[in-house]
Design a protein around this ligand. Structure first.
Ligand SMILES: [Zn+2]
Length: 348
């Protein structure tokens, strides 16, 4: 089937009471690993690219790689999503590249760093919705700010600042009504990247895991049971993946991720899209380090990209199973953007 609008994947996930992993890609091996895992677990899936990924892959390559993926596995509903669009222009660019979903991150200004005012966030998000929905394209917005910086995007907030920028449930309700977004990214204390905690035990000095404001998700779900929420910065950063990296010459101290159980609690309360990027990066880097440490004579890129692809595949397989999307491939026929245009027009 052709790429489907993300809205349909989220609506179906809500019906089935499960979450869907949205996995970031930069290259062929990641796309192949995601699709193989989706095929093997019978999972609908969201593939997403950040502005950094589009720049790295020179856009056209990524678009065509994802088209190849759709051709290889026509039974898998796949949506292609722009992660953290920073301007109306970036969203238009993605739509022209056949993305079936875009995120406009109006929580930050166009520089991707400075927290925006609520009014400015509503205005730009509304603008993207007005532009995307007549084309059948899904829109994700964000309210509140996450910690960390990834691909040069993020406010770089400290732990204390993150707590000041959590999503306010009442404001979330107003935001969804005012903008008409299909999905809402919420800030509940997660951060992008592998270092999700700045908390230390005051006595022992040991690093502590991040504290998540899960109650915000519960409250938003109570107010808006039909709102599809998105958890960003939701890699689990498994210690065993970090250990492989460190064992073979890497230096990644004090990493922390989000426990799968917390994500599953979110899924019970309206989280439908879970962004995972760091975990596949860790898996691939560990596999490459291990390969070169054990077989320093190797020099064929297939010798290290192959194991990297296999390691990423294992991560996707585990996440698809944990989020509950596994087994749902045959639940529905994929809609086209033309179908979705009619749905949006009818809802007006
Ligand atoms: Zn994000």
């Amino acid at each position: 089937m052709p790429l489907v609008p993300m809205r349909q994947i989220l609506d179906e996930a809500a019906k089935g009471g499960y979450g869907v992993g949205a996995f970031n890609v930069n290259n062929m091996e990641q796309i192949q690993a995601i699709m193989q895992a989706a095929h093997d677990t019978k999972s609908p899936v969201i593939i997403q690219a950040s502005r950094g990924a589009l720049k790295y892959s020179k856009m056209i390559y990524l678009r065509n790689l994802i088209q190849a993926a759709v051709e290889e596995f026509p039974e898998v509903p796949v949506s292609m999503h722009l992660d953290h669009g920073n301007s109306v222009e970036t969203c238009i660019e993605a739509i022209k590249l056949d993305f079936t979903s875009v995120m406009i991150d109006g929580s930050l200004a166009e520089d991707g760093k400075t927290p925006n005012t609520y009014e400015a966030n509503v205005a730009i998000t509304r603008k993207v919705v007005e532009l995307a929905h007549p084309l059948g394209v899904t829109v994700e917005g964000e309210l509140g700010c996450l910690g960390g910086i990834e691909d040069g995007h993020g406010a770089g907030l400290s732990v204390d600042e993150v707590n000041e920028h959590l999503t306010d449930p009442a404001q979330a309700e107003d935001f969804v009504k005012a903008t008409g977004v299909d999905a809402l990214a919420v800030a509940i204390g997660t951060s992008h990247g592998a270092y999700k905690s700045g908390r230390k035990d005051p006595v022992s000095g040991k690093m502590l895991p991040p504290v998540l404001a899960m109650e915000r998700i519960h409250q938003i779900h109570d107010r808006m049971p039909n709102c599809h929420m998105v958890m960003h910065g939701s890699s689990s950063v498994p210690q065993e993946l970090v250990d492989v990296i460190n064992q073979y010459g890497g230096k990644m101290p004090n990493t922390f991720g989000i426990a799968i159980e917390q994500i599953q609690d979110g899924i019970k309360h309206g989280v439908r899209k879970i962004n995972v990027d760091t975990d596949s990066r860790l898996a691939m880097t560990g596999a490459v380090r291990k390969l070169f440490a054990e077989k320093p004579e190797k020099f064929d890129p297939r010798d290290w990209l192959g194991p990297a692809r296999e390691a990423a595949y294992q991560v996707y397989l585990a996440r698809m199973t944990a989020f509950g999307q596994a087994g749902h491939v045959g639940d529905y026929m994929g809609m086209t953007l033309a179908d979705m245009i009619k749905v949006y027009a009818a809802a007006k």
